[in-house]
Design a protein around this ligand. Structure first.
Ligand code: SAM
Ligand code: SF4
Ligand code: SF4
Length: 334
C-alpha cells in the first residue's frame, strides 16, 4: 500500500475512457465552449485498452481495489464491455463501477451485466423535462435516462443517482427527485455545484449547500444520519425513517473531505491527476509508449508520484486568489 504526504492510501482509481459526451451540461461542458469548434481528443490519442490494462495491473499492486469508469460519457467508448470483463477476471477487481449520464444505458445494460458490472451511478439533475433540458444543455428530456435506470434495475444492478444542485436552477427538483427514487429504492446523492474546470461560471452564490438540501428533505420526510463519523465514504449518508432506502449529500464545497481523499484519476489520454482541481497531470501515455517503460519502472513512477502528493484544494478554496487553468471535469470524469 502506498501513502501520500498526508497519510492517504491510494485505493481508488477513476479511468476516463473518453473526453467526448452526448450532453453539454451547463456545469461541466457548457455548449458555448464545447460547441462545434471545440477540438476533442482524436481516438488515437486515447489510451488503448492494452495500456489501460498495464496501468491497472500496476495500480492494483500499489493498493487500488476500486475502479470506476467514467468520462466524458464512457458508454461512447467502444470496447468498454470487454475491458470490464478483464478488470474482473484478469485484474481481479471486485469493486467496479461506472458513471454515466444514462442516455445510452438502456441499450448497453445487458452487455454491461454480462461483462460482470454490478454497480452503476447515473447522473440526472431533474425530472422536469424543461429543467433537465436546460441543465443538460441540449434540451434532452430525462426520458431516455429514466428508461436506462429502469432497465438497469430490472437486471439487478445496484444503482445510485447523482444530482448536481444549482441555485435558482433545479432546487425545485430536490423533493420530486427524492420521492421518485425513494419509491424505487434507489440511492439519490445530491451534489454541491463545484468549481471544477474553467468554464462553468461557478460562484459560491450558485451553490446550494448540503445543509440547505437536507432542510428541504426534512421538511417532507423523517430521516436519520447513518454513521456520519465514517470517513470511508465521500457522501454523508441518511436513511428515510420509513425504511425505504437511503440518500446522500456530497458536500465538496461547504464541508470538505480532502483528508480522506484516496482517488487517482487518469484522463482518456493518459494523464494522472491526484486532485480534481489540478492544473497538470503526469503524462503516463508518453511513458507507457517509451522504450524505457517496464513494469517495475511504471510502479516506481506511480508510487513516487502518489507519495509526494499533497492535494487539498477544497480545504484551501477560500484562500486561493490566483487560480491557474484547471483540468476540465469532462476530461477526468468527476
Ligand atoms: N458523463 C458521465 C456522467 O455525467 O455521469 C460521467 C462523467 S461526469 C463528468 C461525472 C460526474 O461529475 C457526474 O455525476 C456529474 O454530475 C458530475 N459533475 C460534473 N460537473 C460538475 C460540477 N461542476 N459540480 C459537481 N458535479 C459535477
Ligand atoms: Fe457529459 Fe457527464 Fe459532463 Fe454532463 S456531466 S456534460 S453528461 S461528462
Ligand atoms: Fe480530493 Fe482534491 Fe477534491 Fe480535496 S479537492 S477531495 S484532494 S480531489
Amino acid at each position: 500500500m502506498v501513502k501520500d504526504n498526508r497519510g492517504r492510501a491510494l485505493t481508488d482509481l477513476r479511468l476516463s475512457l473518453t473526453d467526448r459526451c452526448n450532453l453539454r451540461c451547463t456545469y461541466c461542458m457548457p455548449r458555448e465552449i464545447f460547441g462545434s469548434s471545440h477540438v476533442f481528443l482524436k481516438k488515437n490519442q486515447w489510451l488503448k485498452f492494452s495500456e489501460l490494462d498495464e496501468l491497472v495491473e500496476a495500480f492494483v499492486q500499489l493498493g487500488v481495489r476500486k475502479v470506476r469508469l467514467t468520462g466524458g460519457e464512457p458508454l461512447l467508448r467502444p470496447g468498454i464491455d470487454n475491458f470490464i470483463q478483464r478488470l474482473r477476471e484478469i485484474h481481479k477487481i471486485d469493486d467496479i463501477a461506472l458513471t454515466t449520464n444514462g442516455v445510452r444505458l438502456r441499450k448497453h445494460a445487458k452487455s454491461l451485466k454480462n461483462a460482470g458490472l454490478e454497480r452503476i451511478t447515473i447522473s440526472l439533475d431533474a425530472l422536469d423535462p424543461e429543467i433537465a433540458g436546460e441543465m443538460n444543455g441540449l434540451g434532452i428530456s430525462p426520458k431516455a435516462t429514466l428508461a436506462g435506470i429502469e432497465a438497469a434495475l430490472d437486471l439487478g444492478f445496484t444503482i445510485k443517482v447523482n444530482m448536481v444542485v444549482e441555485k435558482g436552477v433545479n432546487e425545485s427538483q430536490i423533493l420530486p427527485m427524492a420521492h421518485y427514487f425513494k419509491d424505487r429504492g434507489v440511492i439519490l446523492r445530491f451534489i454541491e455545484f463545484m468549481d471544477v474546470g474553467n468554464h462553468n461560471n461557478w460562484s459560491i452564490k450558485r451553490v446550494v449547500s448540503g445543509n440547505e438540501i437536507l432542510d428541504r428533505i426534512m421538511s417532507e420526510f423523517d430521516v436519520v444520519p447513518i454513521d456520519l463519523s465514517s470517513n470511508k465514504e465521500v457522501a454523508k449518508r441518511y436513511r428515510y425513517l420509513d425504511g425505504s432506502c437511503e440518500f446522500g449529500l456530497i458536500t465538496s464545497v461547504t464541508q470538505t473531505f480532502c483528508g480522506s481523499c484516496t482517488r487517482a484519476r487518469v484522463s482518456a489520454d493518459g494523464k494522472l491527476f491526484t486532485c480534481l482541481f489540478s492544473n497538470n497531470g503526469l503524462d503516463l501515455k508518453t511513458f507507457l509508449r517509451s522504450k524505457e517503460c517496464d513494469k517495475s519502472k511504471l510502479l516506481n513512477l506511480l508510487s513516487k508520484h502518489w507519495t509526494k502528493r499533497d492535494d487539498r484544494y477544497s480545504e484551501l478554496r477560500s484562500e486561493i486568489v490566483n487560480i491557474e487553468e484547471k483540468v476540465e471535469m469532462s476530461y477526468i470524469g468527476g
